[in-house]
Design a protein around this ligand. Structure first.
Ligand code: GTP
Ligand code: SPV
Ligand code: MN
Length: 586
């Protein structure tokens, strides 16, 4: 046995001594194994079969009603130095964290099976990929990890070859929110999660490994782990350019990554190729460009709002081999959620007869899990070991006011400031109040495993001799009018904005310069076939110098929280913008 497998085996044995499972099962990722797990969960009620005629091999899982989203207040980074995690994270000392977690894990798997899940984040043969092993007592987690990662034998073989892997220990425990903690020990390459069976809390390859631990590793090793989709845009000349875009949870990454072009674009020959919908690992290549992989192999997407009209590619991939979590059911046992438009809910997400008095039929954070290659727009380059080259980076949030449809940063530093200044209204993806505006730099507020001040400096450090960096943009699909309606149609029509973005990258589209950056003039956007009132477009592109002045002051106060860790360059860029705005004020 190789030394890595010995290390793994010893860790599994030590974990079993603490958690005392009835059985240990090493997952090989095979179809036979998956079928056996499905049957087990159907028998226990953890899975409910969905209509096999309309949705073959699709299942519904209902989580505990108190366990339906990420829990940011219970998520901690544990490092020797408190300063390392910054004011953007909850911190616990490794000593306290281990005491707490060891006590929780003591005997917690009695009567259960301990599953050992070796997985690879990223294409199995890519040098950018990283492996991990999740130990879990939840067969639902195993089934999801099988769809979301390269799980099983191949990953184990890679672990055997490599020097290290990330360890993740998970138990659903009693599903008691009072006994729920998500702990990260980046100095030990270790994750421990107790008391939740839901998504980002439990599928440890995703947010815990591929963002919190990976961002820490990227900081040390010169790469970036980001909460970004990756999409390829093929123009009528047959050239494909890739964009990486960061939006906070439930703010449109999955939708943008698989959009269907507007009719006039389709006729002209535009195509969209999906590489990733949630996480992006990037690093400079020998040519100075940033090259990106999607570390995931599947989608864990938001169900509500997904329809034939908004996201037909998603709907097409959800007709077979999909796990639905916390959606409603129709009378003939098809999945249903708000915004689907087809069919009627009969049973709500908690298994009750649907009654609108109980709230929505599907939970607002209900999700689907599906293999990425079921997506009709899945890119043939998504598995390229070297990744895809990124032409533009896009940041965006859910902002009802102030932020225009799109603007281009002046340069890399200004772009990093635009990312660091992001704010967005909170959504149902995490527990807590929805619709509250909060700062969410680079859409990484819940996911950056270290001090944001150091993270901003790390971003700035990519601007060095020989670098051919992407241009940086900021978008907002969510600006509203006074009646509270979205000003921009969004979804497929977002390609109109992406076309302008790529045009700017290649120097053949116009813009106007403003104190916040470059904005398209109305004539710079392709609006063919779009019925938008010109006044609406003007509101979408309006920059109010007074309100922006206040925004910049707020940004300054927020960034000041990072004290000595904040790179001075960012503060200087912010002051430069503030001065330019002052000069514009009446
Ligand atoms: P996570 O998986 O939580 O990281 O979310 P995400 O960023 O992938 O968001 P997703 O694409 O699932 O969209 C979340 C919600 O926003 C859904 O209800 C969508 O229908 C809605 N949405 C997405 N794109 C747009 C858009 O361009 N305009 C509007 N108005 N809504 C959108
Ligand atoms: C998010 O909240 O950003 C998600 C869902 O993608 S979860 O896996 O729960 O983090
Ligand atoms: Mn996400």
């Amino acid at each position: 046995m190789s030394s890595q497998l010995e290390t793994l085996n010893e860790w599994v044995q030590a974990t079993a001594r603490r958690t005392r499972p009835d059985r240990i099962h090493w997952c090989d990722g095979s179809d036979t194994e998956a079928q056996a797990l499905t049957e087990l969960m159907l028998a226990s009620g953890e899975l409910i079969a969905i209509n096999p005629t309309t949705h073959p091999d699709c299942y519904l899982h209902r989580s505990d009603p108190d366990d339906v989203a990420r829990v940011e207040h219970l998520t901690f980074i544990s490092t020797q130095q408190r300063d390392a995690v910054g004011p953007n994270n909850h911190w616990m000392s490794p000593h306290d964290a281990h005491l707490k977690m060891d006590a929780l894990f003591d005997g917690c798997m009695q009567g259960r099976t301990l599953y050992v899940v070796p997985y690879c984040m990223g294409p199995i043969d890519s040098p950018l990929s990283r492996c991990g092993v999740e130990i879990t007592d939840s067969p639902y987690v195993v089934a999801n990890m099988r769809l979301m990662t390269r799980m099983g034998q191949a990953a184990l073989q890679r672990i055997e070859r490599e020097a290290r892997f990330v360890k993740g220990l998970h138990s659903t425990g009693e599903l008691n929110p009072e006994r729920r903690f998500i702990l990260h020990f980046p100095e030990e390459n270790l994750i421990q999660s107790y008391g939740s069976g839901y998504g980002g809390n439990a599928l440890l390859g995703k947010k815990c490994h591929a963002l919190r631990i990976a961002s820490w590793q990227g900081h040390q090793q010169g790469w970036l782990a980001e909460h970004m989709l990756i999409v390829g845009i093929e123009n009528p000349q047959g050239e494909t350019h890739y964009i990486a875009a960061a939006f906070p949870s439930a703010c449109g990454k999955t939708n943008l990554s698989m959009l269907i072009p507007p009719a006039s674009y389709r006729r002209a020959g535009w195509k969209i190729w999906t590489v990733g919908d949630d996480i992006c690992w990037m690093q400079p290549g020998a040519d100075g460009r940033l090259w990106a992989i999607n570390p995931e192999a599947g989608f864990f997407g938001v169900a509500p709002g997904t329809s034939r009209k908004t996201n037909p590619n998603a709907l097409a991939m959800l007709t077979h081999d999909t796990i639905f979590t916390n959606v409603a059911l129709t009378n003939d046992v098809q999945p249903w959620w708000e915004g689907l438009h087809d069919g009627q809910p009969a049973i709500d997400w908690q298994g009750r007869t649907f009654d609108p008095a109980n709230g929505p039929a599907a939970h607002p954070n209900s999700r689907f899990t599906v293999r990425a290659d079921q997506c009709p727009s899945w890119s043939s380059h998504a598995e390229d070991p070297q990744g895809v080259p990124i032409s533009a980076i896009v940041f965006g949030g859910r902002r009802a006011n102030l932020i225009p449809l799109v603007f281009e940063a002046r340069d890399w530093t200004h772009g990093v400031l635009a990312g660091a200044s992001m704010a967005s209204e909170t959504t149902a993806a995490a527990t807590g109040k929805v619709g509250v505006l909060r700062r969410d730099p680079m859409a990484m507020k819940p996911f950056c495993g270290y001090n944001f001040g150091d993270y901003f400096a790390h971003w700035l450090s990519f601007d060095r001799p020989g670098a051919k960096l992407p241009k940086i943009f900021h978008v907002n699909w969510f600006r509203k009018n006074q009646q509270g309606d979205f000003l921009w149609p969004g979804f497929g029509d977002n390609l109109r904005v992406l076309e302008w973005i790529l045009g700017r990258c290649h120097g053949h589209t116009g813009a106007t310069e403003t104190p916040i950056g470059f904005l398209p003039r109305i004539q710079d956007l392709n609006l063919h076939g779009l019925n938008l009132d010109p006044a609406q477009l003007e509101s979408l592109l309006h920059v109010d110098p007074v309100a922006w002045g206040e925004e910049l002051q707020g940004i300054g106060e927020y960034l000041a929280d990072y004290g000595e860790h904040l790179p001075q360059q960012l503060e200087l860029a912010r002051q430069g913008m503030a001065d330019a705005l002052d000069a514009e004020r009446p």
